[in-house]
Write a protein that binds this ligand. Structure first.
Ligand SMILES: [Zn+2]
Length: 438
């Protein structure tokens, strides 16, 4: 693995391997996640010479993405319930959709108190500014946990969206079929009794269009079964085949450490007034729980969070052709910082790679937690946004890393910090000139 062309990439590769070789996959709230956090805390102390603080919090089990297979199984129950009472299948499918909207698409965490909890942790270190006088803060954050294996992506990423979409549409379809059947059967309280009446009338040749419609309604739910099955197969709970998380997201963690080390040791005049906070979050894959716990714990902690705090979240560096500035998690509805979006784009361009400003179409990133707390934030990644067989699958191991992209990620983030530093200085000059004019 000797390759002096990518000194930082090499170094980061080593940091990532040091964690993965011991822990393997690090599911939210697991022992392996805890072990990974301990190793990363050691790395922060060793590489940056700063005290790493660990903060624990509770994370609900299967109250977010990992609930999808359960939704599939519950949809099967709703299917059976339909033949006893369409009212029961209406209620059940409506509840499933409501849960999906509020916990899987949008991370409201409303029902989290009802779920069993595990312990997870954040790790962070505060690095004093080189000048000794902190004028602004840069949080470099990345999540340390990894995802369950997404089986559809693993087997065939090209049909992943179709299978998942079909699952969602099937639940909506069952809901609509239930409503129509209830309307058709308004005179009958128990569904299968209504069906028996219809069959009696059909067999005695006294039937009208409504009877035929009712029979069709009783056949249609069968078409929903493949979709429900795809939901049950969305991901595997088997931690042995979970994603090792080399790209997603030890690549981000290693970048945080390597970039902070760079500004400690070189680039002496750049960002000398910046206080760096290196932050590894836990349970991101359970709906950004760690980042939310961090902003909650530090909302009144002026040493870390004030109006001059910039949170740069790093998540998954692998694909050289896809250096992305994520300006928003679409379904979380809180845009990230406009100025940081522009500066990030400029940083990528300055490093000689094609930049893309994108919105994260589904799911979320830790920046949403920062943005909701009013902290200026941006998420950077280098990842193909389309479904791939290495995103959230067992394929995201050491073999999945690209050292040249790790190196480029390092360059981009250091360039972004140079630009933030320059902007901060320019803003201060402008403020002083305005003051002088007054
Ligand atoms: Zn991630």
């Amino acid at each position: 693995m000797e390759n002096n062309q990518y000194p930082h990439g090499q170094k980061m590769y080593g940091l990532i391997k040091e964690v993965i070789d011991v822990t393997g996959p690090r599911l939210p709230g697991s022992q392996e996640e805890k072990q990974g956090a301990e190793i990363i805390a050691e790395q922060i102390e060793r590489e940056l010479g700063a005290k790493a603080v660990t903060e624990t919090f509770k994370t609900p089990r299967h109250a977010c993405i990992s609930a999808i297979p359960w939704i599939g199984w519950c949809a099967f129950i709703a299917f059976c319930a339909f033949y006893l009472s369409p009212i029961a299948s209406l209620v059940l499918s409506a509840l499933l959709l409501l849960f999906a909207i509020t916990h899987i698409f949008y991370y409201s965490h409303l029902l989290d108190p009802l779920f069993p909890k595990d312990e997870s942790q954040n790790v962070y270190a505060v690095l004093p500014p080189k000048s000794g006088n902190a004028k602004y803060n840069i949080i470099l954050s990345a999540h340390m946990d990894s995802s369950w294996c997404w089986l559809h992506s693993y087997k065939n990423p090209n049909t992943m969206m179709i299978k998942t979409g079909l699952g969602v549409i099937s639940v909506v379809a069952l809901l609509i079929i239930s409503i129509v059947t209830i309307v058709l059967e308004s005179g009958t309280s128990i569904s299968f009794m209504g069906l028996r009446t219809v069959f009696e009338r059909v067999s005695s040749n006294v039937h009208d269009g409504k009877d035929i419609a009712t029979i069709v309604m009783y056949c249609l739910p069968v078409l929903c079964l493949p979709g429900f099955y795809f939901l049950t197969q969305y991901l595997s709970y088997d931690k042995k085949i979970a994603a090792p998380g080399a790209m997603d997201n030890l690549s981000g963690v290693a970048t945080c450490i390597e970039v902070a080390k760079h500004f400690q040791e070189s680039d002496k005049d750049v960002a000398k007034d910046a206080q760096f906070i290196v932050l590894g979050t836990g349970a991101e894959e359970s709906g950004l729980i760690g980042a939310m716990a961090f902003v909650k714990a530090h909302k009144d902690d002026k040493q870390i969070v004030d109006e001059n705090t910039y949170a740069i979240n790093l998540d998954s560096f692998r694909d050289m052709d896809h250096f992305n500035v994520v300006k928003k998690d679409s379904l979380q509805f809180v845009p990230f910082d406009k100025e940081l979006t522009e500066l990030s784009k400029q940083a990528i361009d300055n490093c000689g790679v094609q930049s893309h400003i994108i919105e994260n179409p589904v799911g979320g990133s830790d920046s949403t937690a920062f943005a909701k707390a009013g902290i200026k934030t941006i998420t950077l990644n280098a990842q193909d946004p389309r479904p791939t067989d290495y995103y959230h699958t067992t394929n995201d191991g050491m073999d999945n890393l690209k050292i040249d992209t790790l190196e480029k990620g390092f360059e981009v983030v250091t360039e972004l910090i140079r630009l933030i530093d320059k902007k901060y200085a320019d803003d201060q000059d402008t403020a002083q000139m305005v003051k002088a004019d007054d």
